[in-house]
Design a protein around this ligand. Sequence first.
Ligand code: NAD
Ligand code: DAU
Length: 366
Amino acid sequence: MKKLLVTGGAGFIGANFVHYWMAKYSADKVVVLDALTYAGNIANLDSVKDDANFNFVHGNICDQALIETLLVEHSIDTLVHFAAESHVDRSITGPDAFIETNIIGTYSLLKSAKKVWLDGKSILEGHRFHHVSTDEVYGTLSPTDPAFTESTAYAPNSPYSASKAASDHLVRAYHHTYGLNVTTSNCSNNYGPFHFPEKLIPLVITNILHDKALPIYGDGQQIRDWLYVEDHAYGIDLVLQNGRVGENYNIGGDNEWTNIDIVKTISKLVEQEFLKNKDLATRFPAAKAAMAQNTESLISYVKDRLGHDRRYAIDATKTINELSYKPKESFETGIAKTVAWYLNNEAWWQSVMDGSYQNWIAEQYS
Ligand code: NAD
Ligand code: DAU
């Protein structure tokens, strides 16, 4: 039985990981620590909040005293670190928060873990610090370059990816220097339920439903390698169970798509759903207008992202060979599930859009 501290568990991937873990390992204890920034949403944890093995703590990963208390009081043996500033566009307009959370925050967690697990009266054998990172640390690829492997040199290009690269190096150093049991996974673009609608896929789905423009940066020929979020949770599970301490593991979906093709695919899927289910036109009257023409007509080419990486692609051979990793969803099944989730969970994304998803914080401190 494990006792997990999950940082960033109220965010997109963290919450999906908590759902996955608690369904599969129902006897394990899970403590979520989350600062509930704009990206955190307590409603993402609704389905587990009443479980006796679940605890939510509203706090910051930079708060070392809090982390040490949590590690001791909950006898944590496994820390899974998702908390981060995650949106590349925001890192371009405001890098400070990325340096603070992604670098200083990870450093604070490492210091606390070392203090509690290694520097006390007795070393906690079998502890694990798992760091969730990104393929963006490897930089960008040309259309013909081989995909990123774990030995590809780091070459981060955005303030976001530079901050993640710095945190990866700190994690590695805490293993090499102090013997902290660390693993790191570097994953490609995730998609699925609870994805914050500033990111491409949920933005496109929700904009179609509002009959709003679908912004394509630059020429739309940039390539991302998409992975259904539950397959990411599964990959982390395998690394936690059988990954070698001190190692990095790439996790990907082998699903390279240009941005423009993704947007066109989603447009078609939403149109098909409206044809199958007449009720949708009543629920989303704005989208009815878009459906009357062709949703692709909403596509609008806009100014490119500064320093926009052209292509990401993950070679997950090491994770496949060592840990028998295999994604369960194809892009076709994953994107269909995702579109269906957004159509069926309007209350979730409406509360994000009108800001009421953050009422919980005000209520706690009033
Ligand atoms: P997200 O932005 O949806 O969620 C981040 C969560 O961290 C939020 O709940 C937020 O409130 C919390 N948080 C932020 N700063 C905090 C702080 N200082 N203290 C405590 N909590 C804080 O992010 P995501 O997309 O779920 O990504 C999770 C992790 O996975 C990140 O480390 C990201 O770099 C990595 N990653 C993401 C993707 C992707 O496609 N989204 C792909 C590869 C790796
Ligand atoms: O590769 C993993 C990374 O994937 C993670 O580390 C990041 O946390 C995560 O946010 C994601 O980064 P991207 O920048 O690739 O994701 P985003 O959804 O912001 O953009 C995907 C692509 O779509 C990218 O090439 C930019 C483009 N884009 C994005 C938006 C929001 C558009 O063309 N229009 C848009 O409006």
